[in-house]
Design a protein around this ligand. Structure first.
Ligand SMILES: Cc1cc2nc3c(=O)[nH]c(=O)nc-3n(C[C@H](O)[C@H](O)[C@H](O)COP(=O)(O)OP(=O)(O)OC[C@H]3O[C@@H](n4cnc5c(N)ncnc54)[C@H](O)[C@@H]3O)c2cc1C
Ligand code: SF4
Length: 585
């Protein structure tokens, strides 16, 4: 029997960007909030002096322990899914701040096209352009609706950037100037301009100058130390929940974060969520935390799994296409969505050991629907970027193909090219399919005996055609940059899903929309079926645009927090009217 605790206004699963933003906004308004975080208690000081490649790039010290809990993965219904047990194949956040602490800090807004993708695709190309099993749908919100929350997120996180010359309208500039130029960034910008494209600096949460955000939190200036991805920042210079929203929530006195608290169920009476059930990882004792509002912000796998385990909403059935929880799993995968061309320079040298997670430049000329797809065998698009995160000596060693993998020639070329190679890559969008989904695994369980979440996913011709086209553009740009040897990535025709979940960019399972028949949450991330339950994060993305997700996760979290405040102030109820309008394939 779980020990019942005193009721609070809101209880939140997770302390990452999504959970942290909701916590800060509700606590500032005076609500009593409890956060439940399965990982350890961490502070910015815990990351001082931790630039240790073996600990963080090889032993993945900041990642979820996959021996205790993971996902299972397979390519098709006829296969038995297997658990993903190695961090080389799954980078999932844990500990205070979640994946937001070890992220790179690349920040993009999605395009207006993305939010109305079904309507705009039909309008431009006709319904026949959408393949039969592609489950494309509008998000039930427009870019203009979300713009003020994007702005709020950028100011909180101190995003450093310059205007995208062909980007959507903005109500304000970025709060900080862009990161510095570098020879590599200059070369990319010159080459893309010559080709007629529109380069700009990647908007960055590695903050370009010391900045105090509207909540009074200070984020320091980035040192370009090149240890961002899979590391915490020991300068307090990477905007993350530890230096922004979590201290903001705590200083109100209204937020309590409980670490080592593994949430296993949403408690409910069929109509309303009544709280969360969790197990203390240290003692094994089970607790029930009652609350008026329950927020799931535990990343897409936990959000989807908790709804399925708690029997809330209708599980998605890929055969009938009915049901919603688990539908439209999408993501960015390294061997199909993140590819490009590497250039080797005989003479030109770059300082590849300096860098930052979001230090680079990009073009949006091929993003979303910015090109005409009438004659192309795919929908959606890709951004092309040069991202100089820094070559760490153990993790990277690029030599031209044909170089022996050992011996004198290998050593000579490794030394020669270490500062004479650059990579230009595309990040391609991923569209949803009827047979790409999540459900509960019938075989494997976690350390507490609860079924794991199972992912069924397959690449399609859409993915292959899109990335092949994108690689061609990266190759064109790398040639224009003057590389002596250009090596484009290759995509075999029979390439198959490799069950490697390393990008942290995954979406779906609890998707948003304006029709309760085809979405689980409305545009306040509020469950249609249970109005005091909010599910926040990329789990609500109906497809995965060609950008990194977190700025949109943040903007949706700000909107959800506003919705929760409206809900609590006005006596509850759905925040959006149900509309049974068909805006999906
Ligand atoms: C290596 C890497 C680099 C990345 N770089 C970028 C980037 O440059 N730009 C970008 O936009 N995105 C990036 N991402 C993605 C980004 O990290 C995520 O979009 C973002 O952190 C998601 O925030 P979240 O709050 O939804 O989830 P998370 O940050 O994952 O937070 C969820 C929290 O919930 C906790 N939790 C989960 N389940 C339970 C449970 N059952 N009980 C209790 N607690 C639970 C977890 O421990 C975690 O702390 C990157 C991801 C990775 C892995
Ligand atoms: S590159 Fe900048 S933001 Fe990243 S860890 Fe180093 S100092 Fe921090």
């Amino acid at each position: 029997m779980a020990k019942k605790l005193s009721k609070v206004d809101a209880v939140i699963v997770g302390s990452g960007w999504a959970g942290g933003i909701i916590a800060a906004e509700l606590a500032k308004k005076g609500y009593k909030v409890v956060g439940l975080e399965r990982g350890e208690n961490k502070k910015p000081e815990d990351y001082i002096g931790t630039k240790d490649e073996l600990r963080f790039s090889r032993r993945y010290e900041m990642m979820q322990d996959l021996t205790k809990e993971t996902i299972t993965s397979r390519k098709r219904d006829s296969e038995t899914a297997l658990p993903v047990r190695t961090n080389e194949n799954a980078l999932l956040g844990t500990d205070t701040g979640g994946a937001g602490v070890h992220w790179n800090g690349v920040n993009f807004r999605f395009l207006p096209y993305d939010f109305e993708i079904y309507s705009k695709t039909v309008e431009r190309y006709g319904e026949g352009k959408i393949p039969k099993d592609m489950t494309l749908q509008d998000w039930g919100i427009t870019y203009n609706d979300l713009e003020k929350y994007y702005d709020q997120y950028e100011k909180m996180a101190g995003i450093s950037g310059e205007k995208n010359p062909i980007g959507p309208e903005r109500s304000d500039d970025y709060p900080n100037p862009p990161m510095k130029d570098s020879p590599a960034i200059r070369l990319f910008k010159e080459a893309t301009k010559k080709l007629g494209y529109h380069p700009y600096h990647i908007p960055s949460a590695n903050v370009s100058k010391t900045y105090e955000n509207p909540d009074g939190q200070t984020i320091n200036a980035c040192m370009y130390c090149a240890f961002c991805e899979t590391y915490g920042c020991d300068f307090g210079a990477k905007s993350d929940p530890l230096v922004t929203v979590l201290p903001t929530a705590k200083k109100t006195g209204n937020y309590e974060l409980r670490n080592g608290a593994n949430v296993t169920r949403v408690l409910h009476d069929g109509k309303r969520a009544t709280g969360l059930l969790y197990t203390d990882n240290t003692t094994g004792i089970e607790y029930a935390q009652p609350a008026d509002i329950v927020v799931l912000a535990g990343f897409i796998f936990t959000n989807t799994r908790l709804l399925l385990l708690s029997e809330i909403g209708t599980p998605y059935n890929p055969k009938s296409g009915k049901g919603i929880i688990g539908k439209n799993f999408t993501g960015h995968f390294n061997n199909i969505n993140y590819l490009g061309a590497r250039g080797f320079f005989d003479e030109k040298k770059f300082n590849n050991f300096a860098g930052a997670g979001a230090f680079g430049a990009t073009i949006d000329d091929f993003s979303g629907d910015n090109i005409d797809h009438s004659q192309l065998k795919f929908l959606h698009g890709f951004e092309v970027q040069i991202q100089t995160t820094g070559n760490r000596p153990i993790a990277t060693n690029f030599v031209p193909s044909g170089t022996p993998s050992w011996g004198k020639e290998f050593k000579d070329k490794s030394l020669h090219y270490t500062n004479r190679n650059l990579y230009v890559n595309a990040l391609a969008g991923t569209l949803p399919w009827k047979n790409n989904y999540m459900d509960l695994d019938p075989t494997y369980k976690d350390f507490l005996g609860n079924p794991l979440l199972r992912v069924t996913y397959k690449y399609t011709d859409q993915d292959k055609n899109l990335i092949k086209y994108a690689i061609g553009k990266c190759e064109e740009i790398m040639k224009e940059m003057g590389a002596d040897k250009v090596e484009p990535d290759t995509v075999p025709d029979d390439i198959d899903f490799n069950s490697s979940y390393t990008t942290g960019h995954f979406g779906g399972g609890v998707i948003m929309g304006e029709d309760p028949d085809t979405s689980a949450v409305n545009n306040y991330s509020q469950m249609w079926d249970m109005d005091n339950l909010f599910v926040v994060g990329a789990s609500s993305f109906p497809h995965f645009p060609n950008y990194n997700p977190t700025e949109t996760v943040g903007a949706l979290a700000y909107r959800a927090a506003e919705g929760i405040d409206n809900y609590l102030s006005n006596g509850g109820g759905l925040l959006v009217n149900r509309q049974n309008k068909r805006k999906n394939a």
